[in-house]
Design a binder for this molecule. Structure first.
Ligand SMILES: Nc1ncnc2c1ncn2[C@@H]1O[C@H](COP(=O)(O)OP(=O)(O)O)[C@@H](O)[C@H]1O
Ligand SMILES: CC(C)(COP(=O)(O)O)[C@@H](O)C(=O)NCCC(=O)O
Length: 397
């Protein structure tokens, strides 16, 4: 089987080749402000060695997870992403596949002769006409918040080693007892940030949000550093030193702690506060230091707002999703430290291996009206061990 998915998102320019062994079914989309996330099943007669090859060729984000035999077919679950600004790539990719099952036949509101796929996110509204025009596909819109919650609940229940803590470079998987899962705060850091109190399977309330999110990091970062890609900006931030840009408590207090209010001299007193220096321009600062300060400012802010909302509702567990996290060590570390610092160790930040795919998975779960949940559970149970090895390699975190 060809690994066109990886090319689809990363190279953009490539033509997609259709492959007659690659029947696609139950395709769902989460079309966000920055990225399109896609989940789909494929089946074919591919041999185990082909499957292995395909999986290892992928980069940990655009990947397929394992295989399972269902109805005599080798099924594979795929996770892909495209930039929303390159929606044509996504459309080209879908048109290159043989969609053998559409999930909308049970939906009375939609014309029965139409091909229908489940879609969530703002783009399910924005691009509905485009999908109809280019692919003849009707997007069956599913609410974004309910998809995020369904996706997170499903992953937390069905996939071993899905959730983990991350602190001081150390990742510890957390196996959450199903009976003890609720309530928790789900913080989805996409272009913007939604904070959702989850009380049960379909019980939730969006309790807060902030416009300072992943789009802010990438947008401001691009303006300030001239980086050409999100990953380049992340990589740059890894090499930077935020102390050059941020004003620390020690800078204000002559090198000493302000221990009376619990602030050490190395605590950031004012993000970007050092850049007020009159005789320096943007060009006088290293882009890596700017990127580092920006990532820290935004991650810290999200961690703090998340904690305050957890405090509002007495929640001890805060689960972070969304593609901003990107399995990036410094991002996760900063968020964890913020939650730990503000909660005085009472609340825990948890991260997810499929962080960016909650909405798409939730939309995918909506095929359950066609008796699909059982298949998905069966699939996930059989493949979660494989998934552990393939989806997100430790070095990505
Ligand atoms: N390859 C990428 N291109 C753009 N943004 C990326 C990429 N990888 C991670 N990101 C980050 O993820 C954010 C989008 O997260 P996502 O959960 O997909 O939200 P949305 O649904 O709003 O698109 C971006 O704003 C950016 O911070
Ligand atoms: C509008 C959104 C739900 C869209 O989701 P996204 O594409 O960012 O994942 C999200 O950007 C958001 O919650 N923004 C914060 C808005 C606010 O509460 O201020």
């Amino acid at each position: 089987m060809e690994s066109v998915g990886t090319e689809a998102a990363n190279m953009g320019e490539r033509e997609f080749k259709s492959c007659d062994r690659d029947d696609v079914s139950h395709l769902s989309l989460d079309i966000g402000g920055s990225l399109i996330k896609m989940v789909y099943f494929s089946s074919g007669s591919s041999s185990p060695s082909d499957d292995q090859k395909d999986s290892y060729l992928n980069d940990g984000t655009n990947t397929s997870i394992g295989t399972s035999n269902y109805n005599g077919l080798r099924e594979k679950l795929h996770f892909l992403k495209f930039e929303t600004s390159k929606i044509d790539e996504c459309i080209k990719f879908i048109s290159s596949k043989h969609l053998r099952y559409y999930g909308g036949q049970d939906n009375k509101n939609l014309a029965s002769e139409d091909n229908i796929i489940k879609a969530t996110g703002g783009g399910a509204f924005k691009f509905a006409d485009l999908f109809k025009e280019k692919l003849g596909i009707v997007l069956d819109k599913v609410d974004e918040m309910s998809c995020l919650v369904a996706g997170a609940n499903f992953l937390l229940k069905a996939v071993n080693h899905e959730a983990f803590t991350y602190m001081d470079g150390r990742k510890d998987y957390v196996q959450i007892n199903h009976k003890d899962l609720y309530p928790y705060l789900l913080v989805n850091v996409g272009s913007g940030v939604s904070m959702i109190k989850v009380d049960g399977d379909n019980e939730f309330e969006r309790v807060s949000g902030t416009s300072v999110g992943g789009g802010t990091f990438w947008g401001l970062g691009r303006l300030l550093t001239k980086c050409q890609s999100f990953d380049e900006l992340l990589e740059l931030s890894r090499q930077g030193n935020n102390r050059v840009i941020d004003m620390l408590v020690g800078d204000i207090y002559g090198g000493t702690d302000y221990s009376k209010i619990g602030l050490t001299s190395t605590t950031i007193a004012s993000s970007f506060g050092r850049a007020i220096s009159a005789n320096k321009e943007l060009d006088d600062y290293r882009p890596e230091d700017v990127a580092r300060s920006l990532l820290r400012m935004i991650s810290n802010n999200i961690g703090q707002i998340a904690y305050l909302n957890a405090l509002r509702f007495g929640l001890k567990r805060i689960i972070f999703g969304g593609f901003f996290i990107r399995g990036h060590a410094y991002t996760m570390d900063t968020i964890s430290v913020a939650v730990d610092f503000w909660s005085k160790g009472e609340a825990k930040a948890l991260f997810l291996r499929h962080e960016g795919f909650l909405g798409a998975l939730g939309a995918f779960m909506n095929y359950e009206k066609n008796g699909f949940t059982d298949i998905t559970h069966q699939f996930m149970e059989q493949s979660c061990e494989i998934a552990q090895d393939l989806v997100c390699k430790d070095e990505d975190l």
